[in-house]
Design a protein around this ligand. Structure first.
Ligand code: PLP
Length: 391
């Protein structure tokens, strides 16, 4: 198919839910994508934090191909070695105890919501099912996770939304105390809000949320779909805060480019879900779990130190750009936000034309989620483009 044909068929036959940019990838390696017309792009997005080892990583590819050579799908009535290995590794790394594998971040959050409500139902009976989430959060696109998302723009058209969510100002512990009425069973938050604008939650706030949840037997759910799997310089972002949530959700980078999500519980609700209470046909797919097991096995302290170093390097380089368009450069690890005085969408388009892929977040933020394995040479190439645009 020609480039023009691909674009035409896509426009005609795929629902128009994404504002697509004019890129038709032909091949890609590391942090460089080549379009069908030969133009190269430096990738500071990793497919929204998914391809965390970059494109075409040899080790990752081998893990996937090896598994495809064995078998592609095992139904969940039988065991799967890769899923067991992956679950064991993640629990060893986190101190959490039990996992459920889904196919996406939204599904992971749906599962976490079910788990929290069941925990509370078992212990306190009906009527204690409200979940508090934060303003400018993002938790997914299903009817329930849209309801969980604390942004009004997501609460249109698709009525009725799932009941039982309440929104609270982020980083304000007094507001959370006030919101924690008798009917609340859980608080769900991102330690760094991704879609909402790379908003970093302060340490004293996260610690106070943990304390409040402990005091009231409210479950603390941390949505690590974007912040997890090394993105924030620790295996999970919450590990930067010295706390352990009751439930953690993951997806995006977990499979390094294959669809997989998970919700993970600590001891407290490890036995809450029993036979027949949750399930997923594709959940724990052998190829996805083999990919994820490879990714997770490679995220050790040395790798995470590199993520932190590269993240600091990127932030320093951007901070050094002399431009009145930059308000603030912030971030944790390689989750980076540049608050700008102009439209971040405009910057995204200029960068795209100049051969650099970036994301936006919130109203005024250019968001960078480069592959965690990106080389310094690739970083420099990307920042050079960004510098030209911002100047
Ligand atoms: C992307 C994202 C989701 C949704 O994940 P999907 O895989 O698109 O369903 C949920 N929470 C956060 C924090 C995310 O960044």
């Amino acid at each position: 198919m020609t480039r023009e044909q691909i674009i035409e068929f896509d426009k005609n036959n795929i629902m128009n839910t994404y504002g697509r940019l004019d890129l038709v990838p032909e091949e890609a390696r590391g942090a460089v994508i080549k379009d069908k017309n030969g133009k190269e792009y430096i990738d500071f997005t990793s497919g929204i934090g998914v391809n965390i080892f970059g494109w075409n990583d040899e080790g990752w590819k081998s893990a996937v191909i090896d598994q495809i050579g064995r078998f592609q799908h095992v139904c969940n009535y039988y065991y799967c070695d890769k899923a067991a290995e992956l679950a064991h590794m993640i629990c060893e790394k986190t101190g959490l105890t039990n996992m459920f594998f889904s196919n996406s971040g939204a599904e992971a959050n749906e599962g976490a919501i079910k788990l929290a409500r069941k925990y509370s139902f078992d212990k306190y009976g009906a009527g204690r099912s409200t979940i508090i989430t934060l303003n400018s959060s993002f938790h997914g696109r299903t009817v329930t996770t849209l309801a969980a998302t604390g942004q009004d723009v997501f609460h249109n058209y698709f009525f009725p939304f799932t009941e039982g969510f309440k929104y609270c100002e982020p980083a304000n512990i007094d507001a959370l105390h006030e919101a924690c009425t008798e009917d609340v069973c859980a608080v769900m938050l991102e330690v760094v809000q991704g879609e909402g604008g790379v908003n970093i939650m302060p340490a004293d706030y996260i610690k106070a949320v943990r304390a409040l949840c402990d005091e009231r037997d409210i479950l603390m759910i941390v949505d690590e779909v974007q912040t997890g799997i090394g993105r924030c310089g620790k295996f999970f972002g919450y590990m930067n805060y010295g706390i352990t949530p009751d439930i953690v959700t993951s997806a995006k980078g977990l499979g390094g480019g294959l669809p997989i999500g998970a919700f993970i519980s600590g001891e407290k609700c490890s036995k809450t879900l029993g036979g027949g209470m949750h399930g997923s046909t594709f959940g724990a797919n052998p190829v996805s779990t083999a990919a994820a097991a490879y990714i997770v096995s490679k995220i050790d302290d040395d790798f995470l130190n590199e993520v932190n170093k590269k993240g600091e390097y990127i932030r320093e380089k951007i901070s050094a750009i002399d431009s009145d368009k930059i308000k603030e450069v912030r971030g944790v690890g390689m989750m980076i936000g540049i608050a700008v005085t102009v439209s971040p969408k405009d910057i995204l388009h200029y960068a795209f034309d100049a051969g650099l892929l970036v994301l936006t977040a919130g109203k005024d933020v250019v968001r960078l989620l480069p592959p965690l394995s990106i080389s310094y040479k690739e970083i420099d190439r990307g920042i050079e483009i960004l510098e030209k645009i911002l100047k």
